[in-house]
Ligand binder design. Sequence first.
Ligand code: ADP
Ligand code: MG
Length: 400
Amino acid sequence: MSSWTRAIGALAVLDTVLAAAASGLFLLKAAAGVTIPGLYLPVLPEIPDGVKVGLLWIPAGILVSAWRRSRRTAQERSATGRRDRIGVAALLVTALAGVATVLLLAGFAGITIPGAYVSVLPEVPDSVKVGLLWIPALVLFAVWKRSRPAAARPADPPVPEIDPPAGEDGGPIAVVRNVVKVYETGPVRVDALRGIDMEVRRGEMLAIVGPSGCGKTTLLNCLSSIDEVTEGEVIIAGRRLSDISDSEKSDFRAERIGFVFQAYNLIPVLRVVENVELPLLILGEDPKAARAKALGALRSVGLTGEANRRPSELSGGQQQRVAIARALVNRPTIVFADEPTGNLDSETTQEVVALLKQLNKESGQTFVLVTHDPNVARIADRIIAMRSGRIEKVYRPTEF
Ligand code: ADP
Ligand code: MG
């Protein structure tokens, strides 16, 4: 609190005490005829005491209001000033109506207080006048209650961040808001993502295209929680990635996210079915159940006959199909594929692309697919074209 505010506050208290004391003395003298010797100051004897006492309240009111204003910031003032004025008016009118009602009731009981009556509209009965006084009081109180600041309203439910939450029925599975990614390695600074806003819809197949170095892999890594964003936020299946602790993150990825990489990333010493069941075993699944699920996933990519072979005995297209089976075996919320056909010849590319499309159609699996091959991109439902860390344009497959 500034010294200015303190000084105004002290003056306000002094003047209020003075006005209250004078009013008390005046009321005692006028209503009850009681005088306390030595307490009266003979100032301006030609003005009636009632007027002088009333005038004392004006500087007191001004000082109190100036003190309150100087305590608040300009922002608070504009928000609450109107409400305060309505509240004060409501209190004043209510006090007036209350006093008038008491005087009226006292009059009914035969008690009259000299000097306390104002003779306005003598032809209207007193009880009607007093009753009418309550109307503005009630109206002002109603207006004051309605103008309560939003934050003080107790019944307001919390506003959900996303409505409906990402990943819940109907909502997007992934939401990316104003994501910025800066790599700073020593003196070099790379602005890999410069403000990305996008959503991935449930069951959608989304392709991300763009020239080498435009940020596709970075975006995918930020979406899949492999990498952390510099600014902005990513929400997957209703969970804000920044709210997930590092220790929880690997579980989150294992349970919700599937990955397919350009370089298959199969473990060469494990047989095909063992590669596919590995994510389930890591999550603690019963080995028998894991084996059954792995064989099911291999069937869905057309590799039942290769289950017991080693990856090196398979063609590139077959190896990538194993990687796809591995990505899908846990029925993840979303599958990210970074250049999944980058190592494949055009014929095998078509085979893998057809498989992805089929899995997307048949099981409603959501895919986000990075590719620089327009023929691959065109199988998607939407195509996001990136350039220099930004989304340049969003295409439908027929426009691309
Ligand atoms: P794309 O996948 O579209 O080819 P990337 O997302 O891999 O592009 O890269 C985007 C930019 O960020 C490039 O300039 C790249 O050199 C840079 N970059 C990517 N990863 C890193 C990293 N770990 N450290 C520093 N710079 C990186
Ligand atoms: Mg890349």
